[in-house]
Design a protein around this ligand. Structure first.
Ligand SMILES: C[S@@+](CC[C@H](N)C(=O)[O-])C[C@H]1O[C@@H](n2cnc3c(N)ncnc32)[C@H](O)[C@@H]1O
Length: 213
């Protein structure tokens, strides 16, 4: 007799690896103590980010939007032995929280935390990246993309989260709020950019995979 599953996501999670215990604790504490916990990637997307990072096995990763550090830890798991992830967060209130979990996850030496506006910090990083995760302010996606493009190695990947914006992206021909417009402009620009290959994964809130030719 087969088990009963409440929904397809529950089935998927029950037939994938369990959430790492440190990440489950981070997830729980974020939900209890931090504002807007829905921003956290979570079990399914976190596992997919970890797997994509392991497939790419990058030396250098850049993340825009650390929040409480969940995705940074997942991405760090795929780094080469000597690899490093630079993660940028505009809000410095969660510094102790993030540092505590980077330590618990054993990745504190692989993660360089930056506090400030990614648009100001990125030009100061003299690095070339194999993988870039865009997960900051939705109104700034296109600006991030244009800024990071030259910092991405040929053959490197960009992952962009929330590109379906809870389905709002198809509600109006021309979006009337700044957040949906930010995603709308980004998706349109990406579609026509001949320097890249791209596909949207219908995962959670939509994740675009981009490869620089
Ligand atoms: C969706 S959350 C990130 C979630 C996180 N990547 C995860 O998966 O757990 C977006 C974060 O981006 C931060 N942010 C917004 N604009 C930013 C900017 N210009 N530079 C750096 N961080 C920014 C916000 O403060 C917020 O914590």
């Amino acid at each position: 007799m087969s088990d009963f599953y409440f929904n397809i996501e529950e089935y998927i999670l029950n037939h994938s690896d369990d959430e790492d215990t440190v990440l489950a604790e981070l997830n729980r504490e974020t939900n209890l103590k931090i504002l807007r916990p829905r921003m956290l990637s979570g079990h399914l997307q976190g596992k997919i980010l970890e797997m994509l990072s392991k497939m790419i096995n990058p030396k250098k990763i850049l993340e825009i939007g650390t929040y409480t550090g969940y995705s940074a830890i997942c991405l760090a798991k795929g780094l080469k032995e000597e690899g490093l992830i630079h993660t940028i967060e505009i809000n410095d209130e969660q510094e102790d929280f993030i540092s505590k979990y980077l330590k618990k996850a054993g990745v504190e030496n692989k993660v360089k935390l930056h506090f400030g506006n990614a648009l100001n910090i990125i030009p100061t990083l003299s690095e070339q990246f194999d993988l870039i995760f865009i997960d900051g302010d939705k109104r700034e996606y296109l600006e991030y993309y244009k800024l990071v493009f030259d910092f991405l190695k040929p053959g490197g990947f960009i992952l962009a989260d929330n590109v379906l914006w809870s389905g709002k992206i198809i509600e109006l021909e021309k979006p009337d709020d700044e957040y949906t417009k930010g995603i709308f402009d980004f998706n349109g620009y990406i579609k026509n950019d001949k320097r890249i290959e791209k596909v949207i994964l219908p995962l959670r809130d939509g994740l675009t995979l981009i490869r620089k030719k």
